[in-house]
Design a protein around this ligand. Structure first.
Ligand SMILES: Cc1cc2nc3c(=O)[nH]c(=O)nc-3n(C[C@H](O)[C@H](O)[C@H](O)COP(=O)(O)O)c2cc1C
Length: 349
């Protein structure tokens, strides 16, 4: 087999379904050279699709790009090829990637890291912000499988811990308050909220009212408030407490399981852009393993981004390694969906 542009059209159409922070889909992939059974891809970042205020160290950007790379790798696996090398160039929100792709023949998607995924699994995976029922046995089985067959890309092991419910509720309270300030952070988040389903962008990117499980009437009122600006919105939020509808905390007795993943580092400044991309590849693999166990995740990045809540998560992680230092990079609830999950939209649709 030799590569054609059409092969990569298909690969990009599948990889475009990778998860990304706020569903920004920051990637701009293109084929920069093709020669027989090898190819070089360039993945640039769309500057309009970064989150400079809420993601100042470009951690979520690197993780999202990593999810795209792994999704592309899985799509390539189905064609007997794989990504052999990832070069991360540039820095901060100006990073870009060069990927070396080579044909490896049948069974290519039996990667060194064990679990082989199919493109259909990339297309079927979804986050679920509705009610999730804990299935702790299956979660533990999935985490054990992840530890055994993965960390394929991240240098050094990924630390993981289950978060006790009391710690989760306390750290969520701090993180929710932090989401409303500074004002620039709120404004940046509002840019990616899709509350008005008559806006064509509703069907392209961002966080739709449907996937946030916001009732239609509340979404319409929300859209009016967002159009009026963040001052009006903030006043309404503090009057009605609507924010707790938009960022649900699950306080019922059957709360889902909660998981934190972290790198073993003293500080986020010690983590390179390449580390984030590689951790993003592993993160997608874990979410796919969970999906195989019929489990979905609801991501709560504000818990790792708010210093006080992040410190509480590090305390939990230290129970697994009392002298360890950790930089949490993914925080999510896990459980079985209780209803059909609305599909979030993509630019590649
Ligand atoms: C690095 C990263 C951070 C994310 N952070 C959040 C978050 O804080 N809150 C949230 O609701 N979803 C978060 N998500 C999930 C995305 O919003 C979700 O993947 C995207 O909207 C696409 O939806 P889908 O995964 O169902 O296809 C995050 C995803 C990634 C990859």
């Amino acid at each position: 087999m030799s590569f054609s542009e059409a092969t990569f059209d298909r690969v990009f159409a599948i990889a475009g379904w990778a998860p990304s922070a706020h569903n920004t889909q920051p990637w701009l992939p293109q084929v920069s050279s093709l020669s027989g059974s090898s190819a070089t891809l360039t993945v640039r970042v769309d500057p309009e699709r970064t989150l400079p205020v809420t993601d100042p160290h470009a951690m979520d950007l690197g993780l999202s790009l990593g999810c795209w790379v792994e999704a592309a790798n899985i799509a390539l696996g189905a064609t007997g090829a794989r990504i052999e090398d990832v070069r991360v160039l540039g820095e901060g929100h100006g990073i870009w990637l060069e990927l070396e792709v080579a044909e490896v023949g049948a069974g290519a998607h039996e990667t060194d890291s064990g679990a082989s995924f199919e493109p259909a699994e990339v297309l079927d995976r979804q986050v679920d912000r509705g009610k999730l029922v804990p299935r702790t046995d299956r979660l533990e089985e999935a985490l054990a499988q992840f530890a055994k067959t993965n960390f394929a890309y991240t240098s050094g092991p990924i630390a993981s811990a289950q978060i006790p419910e009391a710690t989760w509720s306390a750290s969520s309270r701090y993180a929710q308050a932090a989401a409303l300030s500074p004002r620039e952070a709120l404004d940046e988040t509002l840019e990616w909220l899709r509350l008005d389903d008559t806006d064509p962008r509703y069907y392209q990117d961002g966080l739709t009212a449907e996937t946030l499980r916001i009732p239609r009437a509340v979404a319409r009122t929300g859209a009016r408030l967002v159009r009026a600006g963040s001052d009006t919105l903030l006043n309404a939020v503090s009057r009605t407490g609507v924010w707790s509808t938009m960022l649900p905390t699950f306080t019922s007795r059957k709360a889902p399981d909660r998981v934190v993943l972290a790198l073993h580092r003293d500080h986020a400044s010690q983590v390179s852009a390449e580390d984030w991309v590689q951790a993003g590849r592993d993160l997608l693999r874990l979410w796919l393993i969970l999906a195989r166990h019929e489990l979905r995740v609801a991501v709560e990045s504000q818990l790792k981004d708010t210093p006080l809540s992040a410190a509480m998560l590090c305390d939990v992680l230290r129970r697994t390694d009392p002298h360890g230092s950790f930089v949490p990079f993914a925080v999510f609830s896990v459980g079985e969906s209780t209803s059909e999950v609305p599909k979030s939209h993509r630019l590649v649709e």
